[in-house]
Design a binder for this molecule. Structure first.
Ligand code: IVH
Length: 712
C-alpha cells in the first residue's frame, strides 16, 4: 500500500469531517448521533495513523495533527462517554508486526496523556490533588525529563542477566528484539550484585542521534538503499530488522526512564529509582529535574525548549511524573495512560520553502487529494519535499498558489503541513491552482456531496485508481495481510488485467501461475512463495473480512463491532439486506449497535444495496472460508459483573479512585441502590442508601471490607 496515498485519503477524510486543517472544531456536536459519526471517522483515521506509525514506521501525518485529532476524540468522549467503548483512546499503539516472536509484557506498556499549555498543566496538577483528596496548596513533587522521540523498549533481567528485550507493540504484547539490542552500548547485559536477583524490568527509549542519522542516510543513499525520513524512523527501522546483523551495524542508543515487573521494590521515588539504575550502568537523561509547581514546570519547559535545536537527539516534549511511588500507585491509570504523569508537548518545527506544483491523487473511496510538491527543505533536521493540502477548501483557505514561498511545519514525522504563504515573496508568475472537475485518472465527473469538503471521483468501478487503491487495501496488513503482495504488485497485476476484483487474487495461481513465473523479476520460486501466502489467507475471520472490503467509514474497530454483533458472514449479509427496508427491525438493530450511528449505517447499507458489491461478496465466499467471531470474555475478578454503590464519606480513597478501581475489576458502579445492587460500600455518615440497602438485603461493606474483597 502506498503510504502517501493512504495519507492523503485519510487526511482528507479527517478534514472532511472537521472542516479545518488541524482537525479541531471548537464546538461540540449537538446530537449524540453527530458526535458518534465524527468520533467514528476520527477513530478510524487515528487507527490507520497508528498502524503506519507503529507497524510500518512511516507516519502519515504530523504529530501535531495527530495530537489535535486525539484531543478531539477525548473531548467528544468526555461529552459523550459511551463513545469511549472501543475507542483508540483506550488502546495503545498497534498490534505487533508479524515476523518477530511475540513477548507478552508482564506489566502493560502504556502511553501518556498530552498537555499543550500552562492551563493543561494546571489542570493536571489539580486533577491529581482532587483524586488524592489533597488541598489546593499541599505540595506535590514531580520529576521532569525530556520526552525522547524514539521507540519504547522493555528489558527483562532474570538472575541479573538480560534475557529479553521487547518493543511496546500494542502495549500488551510486543516484538522480541533481544538479538537486535545485543550491540547497544547503553544497555547493560548484566546487573550488579545489589540488583534484585529474580526479576528486573527496565524500560526506556531506543533512539538514534541526529548526527548518526545523517551519517546513516548518507551511507544508505551511496549504497542505493532506502533513506529514512527522520531519526525516529531510522531507529525503528534499525531495531526492527529481522536480520540482527543489520541492527548490529546501526548506531542505536538507549535512555532508561521507567520499569515494568520487579521482584522487589527498587526505590520509594522516581528520582531515587533513576539514581539507582544510573549506578547500574544505565544511561538516564542529564536534563532530569525535580519540580514543584506550575511555575517551575513552565520555566523548565521554556529552558529545555530553547536547548532543543542544539541537542543531538529529537525530543518532542517533557514528561512530568509524580515523584512518590506510593502516590503513583494510588493514582493508577486511566485506561491507556497513568494519572500520575503527563507529556507536555513542544510545538512543531517550521521552515519556509517554494511550492513547485500541486498533484491530485485519487484514493480508495475516490477522494481527490491535492498533494504539494515542495522544493526540498530541512525542517527540524529532516528533508521535506511533499505535503498534503487535504482538499479544495484547504487550498482556498490558505490562499496558496503554485510558485509561492510557503511555511511548512513538521513535528518529528513524514507528511508535513503547509501553514500559509509569504505574501511579500509572491512571484509575479505565481499560478492559482484549478481544482479539477474530473478525475485525473479516469476522466469521470468529480463532485462534492452536500455538507462534505471532499471532492470525489464518480467513476466507482470504472476508475482504475479507485480499484487499485481498494485492492491494495484488501491485501494490506490489517485486512488480508497477504505477504509479498505489495502495492506495486497490485498495480502490475491490475494493469495486466489479472486482478480486477478481490476474488481474482485467489485464482491468480490457476489462471496466471505459469505466466507469472516467467515474468521479469519473477521466477518459479518467488511465484510459488506468493501463491503459498495467498493460500494461507483462504481462511479469514469475519472482522478482517469486513474491514478488507474497504467500505467507507468501516475501519478496523467498526468491522470488529459488526463481526461480534452478527457473528457470521451469513447473518451479517442477511441483516444488511433486511435493513434496507426503512422501519425494519434489522435497521433498528444496526443503528442500536453501540458506536454505529446513522452515517455509518448509511454507508454500510449503500454498499450492500449495490448488486456489483453483492457479486464481489458471492465471488469471495466461493473462494474463502470466513470464520465466525465470538464476543470477548469478561475480566476475571471477585467483583466482575457485580454492581456496586459507594456512599458516605470515604476515607481510604476518593470516590473517583474507588470507582475507577471497581470498573477496572469488571464491576459496574451505580449511583443508587436497586434490586440489581450486589454491594454497598458505606463510609461514615451513610444515610438513606444504607437504609435502603439493608432493607433490600444488599451486602453492605465498609471501606476495608471492600479492599479485602477485591484483594481476594
Ligand atoms: S514514561 C506509563 N518517560 O513516550 C508510561 N515515556 O507517549 C511511561 N517516552 O510510550 C512512559 N520519553 O515511548 C516516559 N522520559 C520518558 C519518555 C517517555 C519518551 C515515550 C515512551 C512512551 C511515550 C508516551
Amino acid at each position: 500500500m502506498s503510504a502517501d496515498k493512504t495519507a492523503s485519503e485519510t487526511a482528507q477524510g479527517t478534514a472532511a469531517q472537521t472542516g479545518s486543517s488541524t482537525g479541531i472544531l471548537p464546538d461540540m456536536p449537538e446530537t449524540s448521533g453527530e458526535a458518534r459519526r465524527q468520533h467514528a471517522e476520527i477513530a478510524e483515521n487515528i487507527r490507520s495513523f497508528n498502524e503506519a506509525y507503529y507497524i510500518n514506521d512511516e507516519p502519515l501525518v504530523p504529530d501535531a495533527e495527530y495530537d489535535a485529532l486525539f484531543t478531539r476524540l477525548i473531548a467528544l468522549e468526555s461529552r459523550y462517554p459511551t463513545l469511549k467503548k472501543n475507542s483508540p483512546t483506550q488502546e495503545v499503539g498497534a498490534t505487533p508486526a508479524e515476523g518477530f516472536a511475540k513477548v507478552k509484557h508482564a506489566r502493560p506498556m502504556l502511553s501518556l496523556a498530552n498537555a499543550f499549555s500552562r492551563d493543561d498543566i494546571v489542570d493536571f496538577l489539580a486533577r491529581i490533588r482532587r483524586f488524592l483528596s489533597l488541598t489546593a496548596h499541599s505540595p506535590v513533587e514531580l520529576v521532569g525529563e525530556p520526552k525522547i522521540d524514539g521507540l519504547s523498549l522493555s528489558l527483562r533481567y532474570e538472575n541479573r542477566q538480560l534475557i529479553s528485550a521487547a518493543t511496546r507493540g500494542d502495549g500488551t504484547e510486543g516484538e522480541d528484539v533481544t538479538a537486535n539490542v545485543a550491540h547497544i552500548g547503553d544497555i547493560p547485559r548484566i546487573l550488579p550484585e545489589d540488583a534484585p536477583e529474580a526479576v528486573v524490568e527496565i524500560r526506556g527509549e531506543v533512539y538514534m542521534s541526529r548526527s548518526d542519522f545523517q551519517k546513516l542516510n548518507a551511507t544508505q543513499s551511496e549504497a542505493g538503499n532506502k533513506t529514512f525520513a527522520n531519526p525516529r524512523n531510522a531507529a525503528a527501522g534499525s531495531l526492527r530488522q529481522l536480520d540482527p546483523t543489520i541492527s548490529a551495524k546501526r548506531p542505536l542508543r538507549f535512555f532508561a526512564y521507567s520499569f515494568g515487573e520487579l521482584s522487589e521494590s527498587l526505590a520509594d521515588t522516581h528520582w531515587n529509582f533513576i539514581e539507582k539504575i544510573k549506578g547500574w550502568g544505565f544511561v538516564t537523561n542529564p536534563f532530569t529535574r525535580m519540580l514543584h509547581d506550575a511555575d517551575e514546570i513552565m520555566a523548565f519547559y521554556e529552558e529545555l525548549g530553547n536547548q532543543r535545536p542544539d541537542l543531538d537527539y529529537d525530543i518532542d516534549g517533557i514528561v512530568y511524573k509524580i515523584n512518590d511511588f506510593e502516590l503513583q500507585l494510588r493514582l493508577g491509570f486511566v485506561s491507556r495512560s497513568p494519572r500520575w504523569a503527563i507529556a507536555h508537548k513542544f510545538p512543531a518545527e517550521k521552515a519556509k520553502t517554494r511550492l513547485n506544483a500541486i498533484e491530485i491523487q485519487v484514493g480508495r473511496t475516490g477522494a481527490l487529494t491535492p498533494v504539494a510538491h515542495l522544493e526540498p527543505v530541512t525542517v527540524g533536521g529532516v528533508v521535506v519535499s511533499r505535503a498534503t493540502l487535504h482538499n479544495r477548501d484547504e487550498i482556498e483557505r490558505l490562499g496558496v498558489r503554485v510558485g509561492d514561498l510557503v511555511t511548512v511545519q513538521r513535528a518529528g514525522d513524514v507528511i508535513p503541513q503547509i501553514l500559509g504563504y509569504v505574501p511579500e515573496e509572491r512571484p509575479n508568475d505565481s499560478v492559482e491552482f484549478q481544482f479539477p472537475d474530473t478525475c485525473p485518472k479516469c476522466g469521470s465527473h468529480a463532485m462534492r456531496e452536500e455538507g462534505e469538503v471532499v471532492t470525489r471521483c464518480s467513476g466507482g468501478l470504472v476508475c482504475p485508481a479507485q480499484a487499485v487503491e481498494r485492492l491494495k487495501h484488501f491485501v494490506s496488513r490489517n485486512a488480508f495481510d497477504i505477504e509479498g503482495m505489495g502495492g506495486k504488485h497490485i498495480e502490475a497485476f491490475h494493469d495486466l488485467g489479472w486482478v480486477k476484483q478481490p476474488g481474482d487474487i485467489f485464482r491468480l495461481q490457476a489462471d496466471h501461475g505459469e505466466e507469472l513465473a516467467k515474468r521479469e523479476g519473477w521466477g518459479p520460486k518467488s511465484a510459488e512463495k506468493l501463491f503459498a501466502s495467498i493460500e494461507e489467507r483462504r481462511t479469514i475471520g469475519l472482522d478482517r473480512f469486513i474491514y478488507a472490503l474497504g467500505i467507507r467509514q468501516i475501519g478496523q474497530a467498526t468491522a470488529k463491532l459488526l463481526a461480534r454483533h452478527y457473528g457470521s458472514i451469513t447473518a451479517w449479509r442477511q441483516a444488511m439486506l433486511d435493513a434496507q427496508t426503512a422501519d425494519s427491525d434489522a435497521l433498528r438493530e444496526l443503528i442500536n449497535i453501540d458506536q454505529i450511528g446513522p452515517g455509518v449505517a448509511h454507508d454500510l447499507l449503500e454498499f450492500a444495496a449495490e448488486s456489483h458489491n453483492r457479486d464481489v461478496l458471492d465471488d469471495l465466499q466461493s473462494e474463502l472460508t470466513i470464520t465466525d467471531v465470538e464476543a470477548p470474555a469478561n475480566v476475571d475478578s471477585p467483583v466482575s459483573g457485580k454492581t456496586v454503590v459507594f456512599t458516605g464519606k470515604l476515607e481510604l480513597f476518593s470516590r473517583n479512585e474507588a470507582k475507577v478501581k471497581a470498573e477496572s475489576l469488571g464491576a459496574k458502579v451505580a449511583g443508587s441502590v436497586s434490586a440489581k445492587t450486589d454491594y454497598l460500600v458505606a463510609g461514615p455518615g451513610a444515610g438513606s442508601k444504607l437504609k435502603k440497602a439493608e432493607e433490600a438485603g444488599v451486602t453492605v461493606l465498609d471501606e476495608q471490607g471492600w479492599l479485602d474483597l477485591i484483594a481476594t
